[in-house]
Ligand binder design. Structure first.
Ligand SMILES: *Cc1c(COP(=O)(O)O)cnc(C)c1O
Length: 355
């Protein structure tokens, strides 16, 4: 068995992969593959409906919100959010917690006044800044709930009086969502939801239609709301697999249960990092991510032999992001406690041999 710690595209539940692969050969008794049927067919219509309903169940989104399955990745949401809701001359606040936030800030600046109200760049993005003042008339506050590269995560969402726009790409459905806090939630599927190719967007409908700029049809959220994410051909297979993953999350007991399991897995790994003389955590303790666990070797010469040992024990994807170095173990919903245990055992063995 291979233990998959890749950051994204990332691990999917085995039962989901099994159902998905069966459907590639024969879907819904149609005698056809899920890959070769019209997105307008009744059978695919049912997939879309289920995917939307599961998203509503898992997020708590009421009819005040639209649920969209779009293309272009989370990276396209960096500009779409601002383009659709931030009028020229209006102000939005952003917290810069690393690469993905930085990219969101860059794109949003094309459409309005962007105030970076807090940043953790001063300490290498090793924490989540909690104190900031919002400018008056702030339209929304944009945050990145989990910083995939640096391994930090909001353990408590900021308490602000303005709506939140949140990039949840790497921790969506890893814990419950207090939906009323948000105007927009977006997430590329390939971290914790499904395969690459679809982006989930949950958006409060009444914030749209208030900017004066002209928006190209494909980039206007209202187009996709009106057409039920089928204005053009949707990424049918990634939506289907995401739907299966959401069903799997429900079978596990839903986001509340997912959170308990994720906290347990993360604490197994962080306890070992804190105990083991060969490793040190990258993120500050209180902001440690339950999804992407970043850690460094206490001596540079440990790096290669530890990665070799991981490979020998079938732990893959443990090499840190190039901008951080060291190691990163992504422990999304689908990874088992047993896999996390294999990695921590590998760390123990490493310390016995090299420490
Ligand atoms: C991976 C990631 C992105 C980028 O997603 P794409 O779908 O590749 O555009 C954005 N934000 C976060 C937090 C991510 O982890």
């Amino acid at each position: 068995m291979v233990h998959n710690f890749f950051a994204g595209p990332a691990i999917l539940p085995k039962s989901v992969l099994k159902k998905a692969s069966e459907s590639v050969l024969s879907f819904a008794d149609m005698g056809l593959s899920v890959l070769e049927i019209s997105h307008r067919s009744k059978q695919f219509g049912e997939v879309m409906e289920k995917a939307e309903n599961l998203t509503r169940t898992l997020s708590g989104a009421t009819d005040d919100y639209a649920v969209l399955f779009l293309t272009g990745g989370a990276s396209s949401q960096f500009y779409l959010t601002a383009m659709n809701v931030l009028g020229k001359g209006e102000t939005a606040a952003y917290v810069d917690t690393g690469t993905w936030s930085t990219k969101a800030i860059k794109e949003a600046k094309l459409f309005g006044n962007i105030e970076v109200v807090a940043s953790s760049a001063d300490r290498g993005y090793s924490y989540v800044p909690k104190n900031f003042n919002l400018p008056s008339n702030t339209k929304y506050l944009h945050i990145t709930s989990n910083n995939t590269i640096y391994g930090t995560q909001y353990q408590k969402m900021p308490d602000v009086s303005v709506p939140l726009v949140c990039d949840m790409s790497s921790d969506l459905f890893s814990r419950p969502i207090d939906i009323e806090k948000y105007d927009i939630i977006y997430a590329g599927a390939q971290k914790n939801l499904g395969p690459a190719g679809v982006t989930l967007v949950i958006i409060k409908k009444d914030i749209l239609g208030k900017v004066e700029r002209e928006i190209p049809t494909m980039l206007d959220y209202r187009t996709h709301i009106t057409k039920g994410s089928m204005f053009n051909t949707p990424p049918a297979f990634p939506i289907y697999v995401s739907m299966l993953t959401m069903e799997w999350i429900m079978e596990q007991g839903g986001p509340g249960r997912m959170q308990e399991i994720n906290e347990e897995k993360a604490s197994i790994l962080y306890n070992e990092i804190d105990r083991n003389p060969c490793f040190t955590g990258k993120a500050e303790s209180e902001d440690r991510s339950r999804m992407n666990v970043t850690f460094l070797p206490t001596k540079e010469e440990y790096t290669e032999p530890f990665l070799d040992m991981c490979a020998a024990n079938n732990c893959v994807g443990v090499k840190g992001h190039r901008s951080v170095g060291g190691f990163r173990a992504s422990i999304y919903n689908a990874i088992s406690k047993e896999s996390v245990q294999v990695l921590t055992d590998t760390m123990k063995d490493f310390a016995n041999k090299f420490g």
